[in-house]
Design a protein around this ligand. Sequence first.
Ligand code: NAP
Length: 209
Amino acid sequence: MRVGVMGGTFDPIHLGHLVTAEAVRHRFGLEQVVFVPTGRPPHKRESDVSNAEHRYVMTFLAVVGNPQFSVSRIEIDRLGYSYTFDTMLALGEVYGAGCELYFITGADVMRDIHTWHRAEGLLTLCHFVAASRPGYTLSDYIAQTNLEKFRGSGHIHLLEVPAMAISSTDLRRRVRMGEPIRYLVPEAVENYIREHRLYLEGSCSEKKP
Ligand code: NAP
C-alpha cells in the first residue's frame, strides 16, 4: 500500500495543492492522500500563520468530496512544534509496516530540509515528493541543499505542477486588496474565507472559528 502525506500550512488551501495531490497520487500509484495542515511550524512565528482550526476546516472543505483524499489533525492536535519526522513516524505506525509513505510538499521547502529535525532519518522513513512551480529543475533545488548524498537513493522526486502558479501568499494578498479568488480555491473555501473575514486587514484570522 502506498499513501501520500500532503504537508503544508494551507493558509489557505488552493487548487494548486489539490492538483498537486492528484498528480502525485496518479504518478506514484497512491491509494490515498492524507492532507496534514501544520500545527506549530518550527520555522514560522505563530502570528504569521492563521489559526489552525480555520486552516483545518478549509482543508476539510476542499477534500471532502474526494474519497481518495482525507485530512488529519495529527499536527494540529500535537503539543509543541510540528516536526515532519514525528508525523511520518506516527503515520507509519497507523498504516503498518507494509505501507510506503510519500511526503508531498513544495519544492521551495526542500531547500532547507537539511536543517529539519532528524532530516536524514526522515528520508529513510518515506519518499519525498517536491512539487515545483514552473521553471525549476530538481538540480536547482538539490544544488541549494547538502542533500546530494540522497540523490541516488531514489527517495527524492520532483514534479513540476503548472497549477502551482497559484500561491497562498498571493491569495491572501488578493483578499486583502479586494481582488477575486474565485476559481483559484474551491467554492466552499472561498465562502468560508468570506464568512470568517479571513485575510482582511485587522481580520480575525487568529481567532478560532
Ligand atoms: P511554506 O514555507 O508555507 O511553503 C513553502 C513553499 O512550498 C510555498 O511556495 C508553498 O506554496 C509551497 N507548499 C507548501 N506546502 C505545499 C504542498 N503540500 N504542495 C505544494 N506546495 C506546497 O511551507 P510550510 O507549508 O510551512 O511547510 C511545508 C511542509 O514542510 C509542512 O508539512 C511542514 O510541517 C514541513 N516542514 C517541516 C519542518 C521540520 O520538520 N523541521 C520544517 C519546515 C517545514 P503555498 O504557500 O501556495 O502553499
